[in-house]
Design a protein around this ligand. Structure first.
Ligand SMILES: Cc1cc2nc3c(=O)[nH]c(=O)nc-3n(C[C@H](O)[C@H](O)[C@H](O)COP(=O)(O)OP(=O)(O)OC[C@H]3O[C@@H](n4cnc5c(N)ncnc54)[C@H](O)[C@@H]3O)c2cc1C
Length: 403
């Protein structure tokens, strides 16, 4: 198990000439500034807040793929991956500005008008607009095109009514990016619009724009999601991205980004978690148990597979500029490893893992166990990723649809 206990700093990949230049710039900058990261505790949220995030914003290490005109660096996926690898090597975080940066920004850049880019992107970058995602509904999760939330045009506004669910990071959001049906007569995938809806909230106040957020309490005691009820919520028609009825296409840009991940570094957090788990097993004198040893070793093998998978995604980026369906393989592998590591950790803890109850604060392994159960669900379930891999990588027949 000695390799699993090594530092993640061994990530050494040559990303090729264009990426090498920006990687060298990042390395030089980190040599001068990385020490700052350790001294600042960042406040986590939809958009992380704190001095380190401000330093990154100023030095333009946020929103790397965005056009330079909007504060980004216009980097390709490969170049961004090279920068991430440098930050991982230096052992300092490169927080992203949440869903605004990773999901809404790319959709606006690809499908928005020039006016929309100029209006929405700077507000994401400076933290004014913080987005939560209103896609899923009680009957529209994997089958997202089944959204029933209605959007009705009223003058120069869209009036939205319906129910969303699993709205993550809702507590601090100022905007909801939302899919709604604006044409009941159109075919299922055609009548959908992608709209940016203001929550009209002031600080920690409840939203006012006809929107109610009802927190969903989780098994670990936190409430990381809300049910979102929209009752005549209003958004200017100018906030519809890609035009009325084109929301499905726009949402695919968003989901493509959600599934893209950071190919060069996606294994690092599991490498670190496994290293800590091996230490925990050692502390408990359990590393001599053959079955446990075997499971820890198997987990190490899977971390390596994720690392190699990331390299394959990078290769796809070099060849075509698009991670393609390799990102689905990655999501499948890391989410299932996350879930299994959660179970393995509880087995390492043994009876200690069963301590729960009123007033007891879950330890990191217990909390991670509960959190890990969601990884194979959000951003496209592991089964849906298998469908994508079956159809687009292996060329198997498409699954039958109801239509
Ligand atoms: C932690 C977390 C955060 C989330 N955050 C958000 C958010 O911020 N905003 C948002 O809009 N949504 C969010 N979601 C919702 C998430 O996108 C959905 O849960 C997910 O798409 C699955 O949909 P569902 O829960 O309706 O399950 P269903 O689609 O009902 O699926 C139920 C089961 O059936 C399987 N299944 C369904 N269809 C197929 C198929 N065609 N082939 C094989 N198996 C199938 C699924 O894999 C699953 O096991 C979040 C979910 C989680 C867990």
């Amino acid at each position: 198990m000695s390799r699993a206990t090594r530092s993640p700093a061994r990530t050494e990949v040559d990303f090729g000439p264009p990426a090498r230049a920006v990687a060298e710039e990042a390395r030089a900058w980190l040599a001068d500034n990385a020490h700052e990261a350790a001294s600042h505790g960042e406040v986590r949220g939809i958009t992380p807040k704190g001095a380190w995030t401000d330093t990154l914003r100023e030095a333009r290490w946020l929103c790397l793929g965005w056009p330079e005109a909007f504060g980004g660096r216009g980097l390709s996926g490969l170049e961004a991956a090279a920068v991430d690898a440098e930050f991982a090597r230096a052992g300092v975080p490169r927080p992203t500005l949440g869903m605004g940066e990773s999901l809404v920004g790319p959709a606006v850049i690809v499908h928005g008008t020039d006016e929309q880019k100029a209006r929405f992107l700077p507000r994401i970058l400076d933290g004014t607009d913080r987005y939560c995602q209103g896609f899923s509904e009680p009957d529209a999760g994997s089958d997202l095109a089944n959204v029933q939330t209605m959007g009705v045009v009223d003058g120069d506004e869209l009036v939205i009514t319906g129910q969303k669910v699993w709205t993550s990071w809702y507590w601090d959001a100022t905007m909801l990016f939302c899919l709604c049906r604006t044409d009941r007569e159109a075919a299922k995938h055609d009548g959908i619009s992608y709209v940016l809806v203001p929550l009209d909230r002031d600080g920690a106040d409840a939203p006012r724009n006809g929107i109610e957020l009802r927190p969903l309490r989780q098994i670990g005691g936190d409430a990381h999601f809300a049910e979102t009820f929209l009752d005549g919520a209003r958004a200017p028609l100018d906030n519809v991205i890609g035009g009325l009825g084109n929301g499905w296409k726009v949402s695919k840009t968003t989901l493509g980004n959600e599934r893209g991940g950071s190919a060069a570094t996606q294994h690092v957090r599991f490498e670190v978690a496994l290293r800590k788990l091996v230490d925990e097993a050692r502390r408990r004198g359990r590393t001599d148990e053959p079955v446990l040893r075997q499971r820890l070793a198997a987990a190490h093998t899977r971390v390596e597979l994720i690392r190699f998978g990331g390299l394959r995604t990078l290769a796809a980026l070099v060849d075509t500029g698009d991670p393609g369906p390799t990102a689905s393989i990655a999501k499948m592998l890391w989410s299932e490893l996350h879930r299994d590591l959660g179970e393995l950790a509880l087995d390492v803890l043994g009876p200690d893992a069963t301590v729960v109850g009123e007033g007891y604060r879950l330890d990191r392994w217990q909390a991670d166990f509960f959190g890990s159960r969601s990884s194979t669900i959000w951003g496209g379930t592991a089964e849906i990723q298998r469908n994508i891999v079956g159809e687009r990588v292996l060329g198997l027949p498409r699954e039958p649809t109801a239509e």
